[in-house]
Write a new protein. Structure first.
Length: 169
């Protein structure tokens, strides 16, 4: 399989429609849709122009499309049950709204420690392990989930290989 280099931008101020069509000409083979802000895909009456542009790109280009599920304010390691449930709901909603365009991969962040969970890190890891619920949801739509390692900022989970292994096992 030939390597594919994809483009990803979390820029929330630039309309992606202005640059999506330039990706292939710039040498990219793929585009990672960041499922929030101006790149959020929605179904129904709110789906709008952006959804149609993504459909057009999917049908008329050779770009390999992947999804980066929402990351702002999302914490699948939250020990607050209602916040955790809402985060999982939003990840699933993002996958549901985009899966018909996605070729294979959905990226998910592993979560972060809160002032409460940093005192009981095992509880946070147990919540993050529940990522399997999101994986099963994605698999039912023919997609795989990739858990993204994060920078070494103290409150972030998944900074080191052993943390990622702990989350995905």
């Amino acid at each position: 399989m030939k390597a594919k280099i994809s483009f990803s931008s979390v820029n929330a101020t630039s309309d992606p429609v202005n640059w999506i069509y330039k990706l292939e000409d710039a040498g990219f083979q793929g585009w990672e849709i960041v499922g929030e802000g101006l790149q959020k895909l929605e179904k129904g009456k709110n789906g709008g122009e952006f959804r149609e542009r993504v459909r057009e790109i999917h049908e008329t280009t050779n770009l390999f499309l992947s999804l980066h599920t929402p990351l702002s304010d999302i914490n699948i390691a939250s020990v607050n049950e209602r916040i955790w449930a809402e985060c999982v709901r939003q990840l699933k909603e993002s996958i549901e709204n985009a899966y018909e365009f996605i070729d294979d991969i959905c990226v998910v962040h592993p979560g972060f420690f809160s002032p409460l969970s940093v005192q009981t890190p095992e509880k946070a890891f147990q919540k993050a392990i529940a990522l399997t619920e999101v994986c099963e949801f994605a698999a039912d739509r023919g997609l795989r989930v990739a858990v993204e390692n994060l920078t070494s900022a103290n409150m972030l989970m998944g900074r080191f290989p052993d943390e990622l292994v702990k989350i995905v096992r």
